[in-house]
Write a protein that binds this ligand. Structure first.
Ligand code: CU
Length: 136
């Protein structure tokens, strides 16, 4: 009886691990923006899923969370040429916060994340969104 109980506990924790998804993919992104960083700055999400995005700007200036399309990069500075390459973005005023959602890209791969406020990429305000195949 006691042995069955222990086996049950082990089984449940294995199931929980499995539910966390491939490579720690999550449907929730929770990011804090500061002058001039995303914390954290690496995210892994399942392809094509609805992602809950929660963020707050703890900095003194406007910050943006901009996901660039696959295979594109804003380079050292976000300018007008980069606008068509934006996959999704949200802007936060200083002290502001956002609770929103977006659909993760359908194509697995590494997507560049930048803050498009002038000079912030150069200040190191970049990140990476890794899209992994959704589980069946
Ligand atoms: Cu910024």
């Amino acid at each position: 009886m006691r042995r069955n109980l222990i086996l049950g506990v082990v089984f449940c924790s294995l199931m929980l691990t499995a539910c966390a998804g491939a490579g720690g993919a999550t449907k929730k992104i929770n990011v804090t923006m500061t002058d001039f960083q995303f914390q954290p700055n690496q995210f892994t999400v399942p392809a094509g899923e609805e992602i809950t995005f929660t963020s707050s700007n703890n900095g003194a200036v406007v910050h943006n969370f901009v996901i660039m399309k696959l295979g594109t990069s804003a380079g050292p500075m976000f300018d007008d040429e980069d606008i068509p390459n934006v996959y999704w973005q949200v802007e936060l005023q200083p002290g502001g916060s956002a609770e929103t959602s977006f659909t993760a890209p359908a194509e697995p791969g590494d997507y560049e994340v930048v803050c498009k406020t002038e000079g912030h990429i150069a200040s190191g305000m970049t990140g990476k969104l890794t899209v992994v195949p959704a589980e069946e």
